[in-house]
Design a binder for this molecule. Structure first.
Ligand code: FEO
Length: 533
């Protein structure tokens, strides 16, 4: 396929593309044209007579996605209050490119939009950025409908195509990697690899002519479109940001270093639009969402704020949580949040942990352990690599309370967690002594939220490999060094050799690769690792 040229060094190739400088001005003009409805393609109003609801992004780039407001659980896990949007884009150039397909459930809407925008033209290239079925379910349909269409995708995605579909698309597939460019005419798509954001095969692509970054799942969100397609057309902070945060941290929160690697690449590009596979298109204030992603990728809190998570069987622990919240308010702490871990889905609880700086966990003792929903939450935080927070603990128990110590042992698996105040033990209810303890904790939390960590009651939960005790008998552990993971390497010993995961690209360094080694990023076994020369 002669229109794919190999330009190793994605960033330089994209920045230096012939259309690059002129394209910046063109992209601005395109945005105005899109808002005004001026177009060289079918007019938007033409679509409302049963022809779909495609939306114009630039002069010749169109959104042909679809919303599924009926979906109750995304990935059959995450509750949706306003459904989900699946995005697919068409570039009408000398060659026509379709960027990703769509979820099977909304194929009908998508085909209406696609047909309206194509207006009889054929698809030359199907760019498969990501093979998760919410974006790839229409691949076989496109291949059947457009016999001359060539798939453009990564080598790993091709393997997944073969797994998901009973079709032999080998002769109709062009494998690309970072630095390759697909020429369409005016537009040229430069590919950038984004492994584990959020599957290992993910490619993003950047069009220098329009300044559009097709970002796969990155910068996406739960929620469905209500007509508006651009993030600046809605009350994003109130209506969308909580769902964008919940989407990102639950879906790819574990892969912060990989997200940061993508942000580092994005920082070198002149991005005018971000077109994700979910949610709204960004064309203004792009730095705002990039800043949020920087916080999430590095596990840095967005807000100096307190979130209290409690579990409660008969109300005793709940009462203590509410008393603490009230004391915090009286101490001047604003926007205190209190969550019943039995009632609020863990996806929201995780999102709040990514947002806030201070987390309080209050749990009954249950089966001589942690109350089940609280234990599930804490393990969920560990799974998603939660780090860099201040924490406090309240336990309850009518005859032998043990929950606080056990909660600290789970939290100790997270890196750089700082203990505020002393554990508070309730014996069934909050007594006078507990009230004084809660006031002390509220004082310590209020001071810490205000930036004063000098209080004598603060202890840093330093942890493995140094392994120190936060209090007598409690061993703390830590995850691999974040910076090392970001660099793609986690030194295991005095490094002499390297093995690279063939699934996600993670590099293991050491004298030998253990037979039972499991990739910490994608879970691949040792036989998936190949020696690095
Ligand atoms: Fe929206 Fe990873 O698929």
């Amino acid at each position: 396929m002669d229109t794919v040229t190999s330009r190793r060094g994605f960033v330089g190739a994209a920045a230096g593309a012939a259309a690059g400088v002129a394209a910046a001005a063109m992209a601005g003009g395109s945005a105005k044209a899109a808002e005004a409805g001026a177009t060289t393609a079918p007019k938007v109003n033409d679509f409302f007579a049963g022809k779909g609801n495609a939306r114009q992004i630039t002069d010749d780039i169109w959104w042909v996605g679809a919303a599924d407001k009926r979906l109750a659980l995304f990935e059959n896990v995450y509750p949706l209050e306003q459904g989900m949007t699946y995005n697919s884009y068409v570039i009408l150039d000398d060659k026509v490119a379709l960027i990703d397909t769509i979820d099977r459930a909304v194929t009908g809407q998508w085909l209406e939009n696609l047909n309206a925008v194509l207006d009889g033209r054929q698809i030359d290239y199907l760019v498969v950025d990501h093979m998760e079925p919410d974006h790839s379910a229409g691949i076989d349909l496109i291949l059947n409908k457009f016999p001359q269409c060539t798939i453009v995708t990564s080598a790993k995605a091709k393997e997944l195509i073969d797994q998901f579909f009973e079709i032999d698309a080998t002769d109709r597939t062009k494998i690309v990697a970072e630095g390759d460019v697909l020429e369409l005419g005016t537009h040229s798509l430069a590919f950038v690899e984004a492994p584990m954001v959020h599957w290992p095969e993910v490619l993003m692509c950047y069009d220098a002519a329009s300044g559009v970054l097709f970002s796969a799942d990155a910068f996406g969100s739960f929620n469905s479109l209500d007509g508006n397609i651009f993030a600046d057309q809605v009350d994003y902070d109130n209506d969308w940001m909580p769902e964008a945060r919940r989407f990102v941290v639950n879906i790819v929160g574990k892969y912060g270093p990989q997200i940061q690697a993508v942000l580092d690449k994005a920082a070198t590009l002149d991005i005018k639009y971000i077109c994700s596979t979910h949610g709204l298109v960004w064309r203004k204030d792009i730095d705002k969402i990039l800043d949020k992603y920087t916080h999430w990728a590095n596990y840095e809190p967005e807000d100096q704020a307190v979130v209290i998570y409690y579990g409660s069987i008969y109300g005793g622990t709940e009462n203590a949580a509410n008393i603490l919240a009230t004391m915090l308010s009286q101490n001047g702490v604003e926007n205190v949040k209190v969550y019943d871990v039995s009632k609020t889905h863990k996806s929201w609880l995780l999102a709040e942990a990514f947002r806030a700086s201070h987390l309080v966990f209050a749990s009954p003792t249950y089966n001589m352990g942690i109350y089940t929903p609280m234990k599930e939450l804490l393990n969920y935080l560990v799974e998603h690599n939660m780090q860099n927070r201040h924490v406090a603990f309240i336990e309850n128990g009518s005859w032998q309370p043990v929950a606080a110590k056990l909660m600290r042992n789970i939290v100790a698996q997270m890196s750089n967690m700082t203990l505020v105040g002393s554990d508070i033990t309730l014996l069934s209810t909050t007594n006078e002594a507990n009230l004084a303890e809660l006031q002390d904790l509220a004082d310590a939390l209020a001071a810490s939220v205000a930036g004063d960590d000098s209080s004598a009651v603060l202890k840093t939960l330093e942890s493995d490999p140094k392994v120190v005790n936060a209090s007598a008998g409690d061993v703390m552990h830590t995850n691999p060094d974040t910076a090392a993971v970001a660099a793609g390497t986690v030194p295991q010993t005095a490094a002499t050799k390297q093995w690279k995961c063939s699934v996600c690209g993670y590099v293991f360094e050491g004298e030998s690769l253990p037979d039972d080694f499991v990739c910490p990023l994608c879970g691949a076994s040792a036989d998936k690792f190949v020696p690095v020369a």
